[in-house]
Design a protein around this ligand. Structure first.
Ligand code: 5FU
Length: 263
């Protein structure tokens, strides 16, 4: 089964763009491999922030379950901004249940994630059935949808630090490569460019937090951790000038990406 593609009208011709290709085009056009992790608890504030940094980012990541003012109207506003500024919306849901349950979590409840999130994050702990459940649910939507498999985590002592586990995640990605467009990772997992490697735990000034987060610099993330996309949260959110800091991470990140990946 084919996942839907995004239909774009150019000079009266409809062109279909699969989500993987769309992501790569956004990165090239905007010269950005920066994903802002907008870990704020107020969606109005995220909407304002997304306008401020919209031109600097290729993706905005949120945790909808930390929002105190979530509504489908407001999330639609954020979606409209993402289309205007041309970035993807990632819901960092970290699904981790059996296929049938994740299908419900993806489509129902207060958040109805499938209706607005271009991408979601997924643990493969339950086995490949989790991807099957999500992919099935995504087919009910007439827009492209995809997911990132969590292969490795940035936190100290993560149990994902296990070669067999990571190998299993990569196999699963290859098997469902229409829907799986990449990984959340801390190292380069495949030799092909097919899968986007997205790396959290990036900060220029800190090495970690008090709760196990571990940071590397943007250049280290790309060079030593194999990142394509840098996921940056508090380094930008806690800075005095968020717009200026986002621009710095965009520039440093993309420059290192071009040099190291030779794109
Ligand atoms: F899968 C992962 C991971 O391994 N590490 C993470 O930090 C996800 N994250 C998310 O990236 C985490 O939930 C935060 O939303 C974000 C990192 O935020 P920070 O403020 O840059 O530490």
């Amino acid at each position: 089964t084919q996942l839907p593609t995004l239909n774009i009208e150019i000079e009266n011709k409809t062109i279909s763009i699969p989500i993987r290709q769309r992501f790569q085009t956004i990165m090239k056009e905007k010269r950005s491999n920066l994903c802002l992790s907008a870990d704020l608890t107020n969606l109005d504030e995220i909407i304002e922030l997304s306008k401020l940094v919209g031109s600097n980012i290729c993706m905005l990541k949120i945790h909808s379950d930390i929002l105190t003012d979530f509504s489908l109207d407001k999330i639609q506003q954020l979606k409209d901004i993402s289309r205007k500024f041309n970035f993807l919306l990632l819901e960092d849901r970290k699904f981790a249940d059996i296929g049938n349950t994740v299908k419900l979590q993806y489509t129902k409840g207060l958040f109805r994630i499938v209706e607005w999130a271009d991408l979601v994050t997924v643990h493969v702990l339950p086995g490949e059935c989790i991807v099957q459940g999500l992919e099935q649910a995504a087919q009910s939507i007439n827009e492209p949808r995809g997911c990132l498999l969590i292969a490795q985590m940035s936190s100290k002592g993560a149990f994902t630090d296990n070669d067999d586990y990571v190998k299993g995640v990569v196999e699963c990605a290859k098997k469902y490569s229409d829907f799986v467009i990449g990984f959340i990772s801390q190292s380069r997992l495949t030799t092909t460019d097919k899968f986007l490697h997205c790396t959290p735990g990036v900060h220029l000034n800190n090495t970690g937090d008090q709760l196990g987060q571990q940071y590397v610099t943007p250049r280290q993330a790309i060079d030593e951790r194999g990142a394509d996309i840098l996921i940056v949260g508090r380094a930008i959110l806690d800075s005095i000038n968020r717009a200026k800091t986002a621009e710095e991470y965009q520039q440093q990140g993309y420059q290192a990406y071009e040099e190291i990946r030779k794109i």
